[in-house]
Design a binder for this molecule. Structure first.
Ligand code: PHE
Length: 340
């Protein structure tokens, strides 16, 4: 016969010695698990001599009740203690300063692009995009620069390994795409995007840069419309204090052609270096769309005329913030980028 009193004493002692929850649970399965000693003792009632069976059974039940309620109480106490321990050791100081939330921001070129787009949207222009990878024909040929035309030297190119496929050197091929898409309807669009040129990197020029092309086609569009649009745009962008200079120029795809300059802030010590001593920085080329280009786009030059321009948002950003080196735009220097 199992010595119930010995069992109870031993179980109580061991329970009292349990130091943590894991020990308590181990104790519980030792005594109350499937083959636990208390359950085994209860089942053993069948093998007890009939005379003692009743008192054995009663005592076994009592022991079971008292041990299991002692276990529950010990477990509850232990959980309470664990909570107190964690509250004491993992104290949360709600007065500590929070972790700084680092906010991203738009690249200065993107900011300028959006500004340019919003000004032209105000002037009634739509925004289109055209591909950065072009063929020779669209980047040059259809813009009135047949192969070996000397004017191609102004746009040194990155060629891909596929013959005749290149990275566009300007957004002007977009003129051809949009004319062919919208012909014979009137056009008033800008085409922003990235351009690439194989050229020496200097504070004024990079191998990649944005351009915003503009194209207006309709009946009786004149040079006065071009000038009015450019002045309205520059006034909105730079304010009334800055000066605008329009010079005659040459592009194979416009006739006549002009270039537009903005005066560099005179008090800036870098003015001379960046403006080559002139005090002006060029922001765009423009002109009346050449009749050959109009025809390549599907428009009859006897009926339609138009103007086009192409401007550099990086140059414009430099002018707005007196940034003295265009290479800063793509060098990913956070000290530069965080200023905008
Ligand atoms: N595509 C010319 C350039 O990259 C700029 C330009 C655009 C000039 C449209 C005239 C008309 O220099």
């Amino acid at each position: 016969m199992i010595d119930l009193n010995e069992l109870q004493r031993r179980a109580s002692e061991e329970l009292a010695a349990c130091a943590d929850e894991a020990a308590l649970r181990a104790w519980n399965s030792r005594y109350f698990g499937k083959t636990g000693e208390v359950l085994v003792a209860l089942k053993a009632v069948g093998s007890v001599a009939p005379a003692e069976r009743k008192s054995y059974g009663q005592l076994a039940n009592q022991i079971k009740e008292s041990l299991s309620s002692a276990y529950e109480a010990a477990l509850a106490r232990e959980k309470e203690r664990a909570l107190e321990r964690s509250l004491a050791t993992e104290k949360l100081d709600v007065t500590l300063p929070g972790r700084e939330f680092s906010r991203g921001r738009l690249h200065p070129s993107t900011q300028t692009l959006r500004l340019i787009q919003s000004i032209f949207a105000e002037l009634g222009f739509q925004v289109f995009r055209s591909p950065e990878v072009e063929d020779d024909e669209t980047n040059f040929g259809l813009l009135n620069m047949p192969p070996h035309h000397p004017a191609r030297d102004m746009w040194d190119t990155f060629h891909t390994t596929t013959p005749g496929v290149l990275l566009r050197t300007h957004t002007s091929p977009g003129q051809i795409h949009i004319m062919r898409k919208l012909c014979p309807r009137p056009i008033r669009v800008i085409l922003p995007g990235m351009c690439y040129r194989y050229e020496q990197i200097t504070p004024r020029s990079e191998i990649m840069f944005h351009q915003v092309e503009g194209l207006v086609i309709g009946e009786r569009i004149t040079m006065a419309d071009l000038k009015g649009t450019i002045v309205a745009f520059a006034r909105r962008l730079f304010g009334l204090d800055r000066q605008i200079r329009i010079r005659s120029s040459y592009f194979p795809f416009t006739e006549p052609s002009i270039e537009v300059d903005i005066d560099w802030p005179k008090d800036d010590p870098n003015a001379d270096r960046l403006t080559k001593g002139t005090g002006w920085l060029e922001i765009m080329g423009a002109g009346m769309v050449h009749p050959i280009v109009l025809r390549n786009g599907g428009y009859d030059p006897a009926k339609y005329s138009g103007f086009a321009f192409g401007m550099g948002p990086e140059r414009i950003t430099m002018l707005r913030h007196a940034i003295d080196d265009i290479r800063l735009f793509w060098s990913n220097d956070l000290r530069f980028l965080k200023q905008f």
